[in-house]
Design a protein around this ligand. Structure first.
Ligand SMILES: NC(=O)c1ccc[n+]([C@@H]2O[C@H](COP(=O)([O-])OP(=O)(O)OC[C@H]3O[C@@H](n4cnc5c(N)ncnc54)[C@H](O)[C@@H]3O)[C@@H](O)[C@H]2O)c1
Length: 357
């Protein structure tokens, strides 16, 4: 029996067919992961635990099979709520929940420390208490700081931590806690570090959907500094397929870089977008650089390629086309996200205002 495409061993078939606890699954990557799991593993049930901050959007979960996916609103820093939602049948906790926007962390780091650090520890403790088999921590290349430009060097899993923003520092701290839970208590953990994701349903304050949305509306596109900051881009579903493999076959205690060998300066990303959309470069506006703006991220993904056999399925061009097509087809999603209309839905649903994060 094939458990999911690419699956090779029956070892954990019985275990994995129980339940997965996804945190932050109403966000950009978490919701893509939930969709992938439901598509790929036929018997699996998912509990999706999300605080619905400004970045969480129930529109992202539209159309999911309610018999296999349940949504629970809760904060990962609230141990009572986490323990109340986490069942003993849980095979794995996959932790996406985070404050994730660097600019917001520069303006105010408090929420980043509570969610990204305290929240991770709460989840680790709850996972042990409930006898969860695996804990997957979704981390970022940003914990390793910045690489020199124009040099053939890449982040490996052994690169030192050198976080440069409060966001990156909080994610680095969370990784330390995950490692400590593995070393001290023997919790079966896997940490993944990914580069910049792009794809459907990304909140339009982030670079690529902001540029895309502005371009579609013929509005100026802000680009920090000289636009030469380099990011390693990956299509969101490729990231999620790597996470699925890491959850299934990753070594206990391991860290895996997830990258598609797709380094691009920001300005090139915007130019690719404009070209595909047939819009003029005159929409580009260079704006004052972000303080402490990392110059270059680039991941060496050899370990996950050789150990788990992962490869990205999308090229930059095919991923970008899918992304643009999705935003074109889903203008209502975009408008609701931009205008905050989705918050009215929360209010109706929950009778309260959503935290501004
Ligand atoms: N977006 C990227 O390019 C990227 C790259 C590498 C790693 N990551 C990591 O992937 C994860 C998901 O990123 P994303 O881009 O989907 O983020 P996102 O901001 O779109 O989603 C975050 C989700 O977490 C929820 N959340 C926030 N605080 C919470 C709390 N205290 N309790 C419960 N839920 C809470 C939000 O409501 C939201 O649904 C993050 O951990 C991030 O650090 C993201």
């Amino acid at each position: 029996m094939t458990l999911f495409k690419g699956w090779e061993g029956p070892d954990s078939l019985a275990e994995i067919m129980q339940e997965i606890f996804v945190t932050g699954g109403a966000g950009f990557i978490g919701s893509a992961f939930v969709r992938l799991l439901l598509d790929e593993i036929s018997e699996l049930r998912i509990r999706n635990f999300d605080a619905l901050t400004y970045a969480g959007n129930l529109d992202n979960l539209e159309g999911l099979d309610g018999s296999r996916h349940s949504f629970i609103r809760g904060n990962i820093a609230d141990s009572e709520a986490v323990l109340g939602a986490l069942s003993e049948n849980t095979y794995a906790v996959v932790n996406f929940a985070a404050e994730s926007h660097v600019d917001r962390s520069i303006a105010n780091a408090a929420e980043f420390l509570t969610t990204n650090i305290v929240g991770t520890q709460v989840l680790l403790d709850a996972a042990r208490e409930r006898g969860v088999k695996r804990f997957i921590q979704v981390s970022t290349d940003e914990v390793m700081g910045s690489l020199p430009e124009n040099e053939d060097v890449f982040f490996t899993e052994k690169s030192p931590f050198q976080p440069n923003s409060p966001y990156a520092a909080s994610k680095a701290a969370a990784e330390h806690l995950v490692r400590a839970a593995h070393e001290t208590f023997g919790l079966d953990t896997v940490v993944t570090r990914c580069g910049n994701n792009y794809g459907p349903r990304q909140f339009p304050e982030k670079f690529l959907p902001l540029a895309l949305s502005n371009a579609l509306n013929d509005q100026p596109i802000p680009v920090y500094g000289d636009g030469r900051n380099v990011r390693d881009w990956i299509y969101v579903d490729d990231h999620c397929r790597a996470l699925l493999l890491a959850m299934e076959k990753g070594r206990a205690g391991a860290v895996y870089n997830i990258g598609a060998r797709n380094e691009r300066p920001n300005i090139e990303v915007v130019e690719s977008l404009l070209k595909t959309l047939g819009k003029p470069k005159s929409l580009i506006r260079f704006v004052k650089d972000r303080p402490g703006h990392d110059r270059r991220y680039a991941l060496d993904p050899s370990l996950i390629e050789t150990e788990l056999g992962w490869r990205p399925q999308e090229t930059w061009e095919s991923g970008l086309e899918k992304t643009i097509e999705w935003y074109r087809q889903n203008t209502q999603w975009l408008e609701r996200a931009k205008s905050g209309a989705y918050r009215d839905y929360y209010r109706e649903q929950y009778g309260e205002e959503v935290s501004a994060g």
